[in-house]
Write a protein that binds this ligand. Sequence first.
Ligand code: C5P
Length: 221
Amino acid sequence: GDVAVLVPAAGAGVRLGPGGPKALRELAGEPLLVHAVRRLSVAPSVGQIVVAAPAGDVEAVCGLLAPVAGVTVVAGGSSRQASVAAALAAADPGLGIVLVHDAARALAPPELVERVAAAVRSGLPAVIPVLAVVDTIKQVDDAGRVVGTVDRAVLRAVQTPQGFRRDVLTAAHAAAVDEHTDDAGLAEKLGVPVHTVEGDEAALKITRPLDLTIAAAILRS
Ligand code: C5P
């Protein structure tokens, strides 16, 4: 494999309700992180997986992931962006393609990993998986009053894994001055063209309690 996958997994998971770091919450008897890493590890392109774990859980996470070959675990940071930067610093410099994948998207299939990696390999500097937006989206003011309706046809919901040429992701993080919710946002700031490929509904971000129910149903199907 010519791909390193960075897995930010150091979030608290507050929106999921009480119960510790989100990546360690269980789905069908196993932590979300284990589901995520196992799927990444069977994608043929993947040569290394670097997990950014909650600082207090590095040893426990090493133990959980010991059965999966090619996994490195580092301590994450206080923001998603800091966790990705910590993982990037530990990635094998010989791997020319770097993907960033949220542990919370635990059921992203290996085919999605391959689709993103192939697009970067074909010469694109930055690639993100996206889905059409099904809801009508409105912009509101501070009082919650509608300011306007955004044309849904030009909107996309963004997933991970997001893929980058290694030099592009390194430069994007080195230039970061403020917090972004995804890595493509940092690349956009640098003026790097970001391309899209089709996402996958199974790559939903497990964030709220209902998402766990949906994920369990996906596993059963
Ligand atoms: O909070 P959010 O849903 O954006 O988190 C997305 C991913 O980033 C999750 O997998 C979470 O564990 C990770 N994260 C992290 N370090 C933080 C905050 C979030 O690795 N400090």
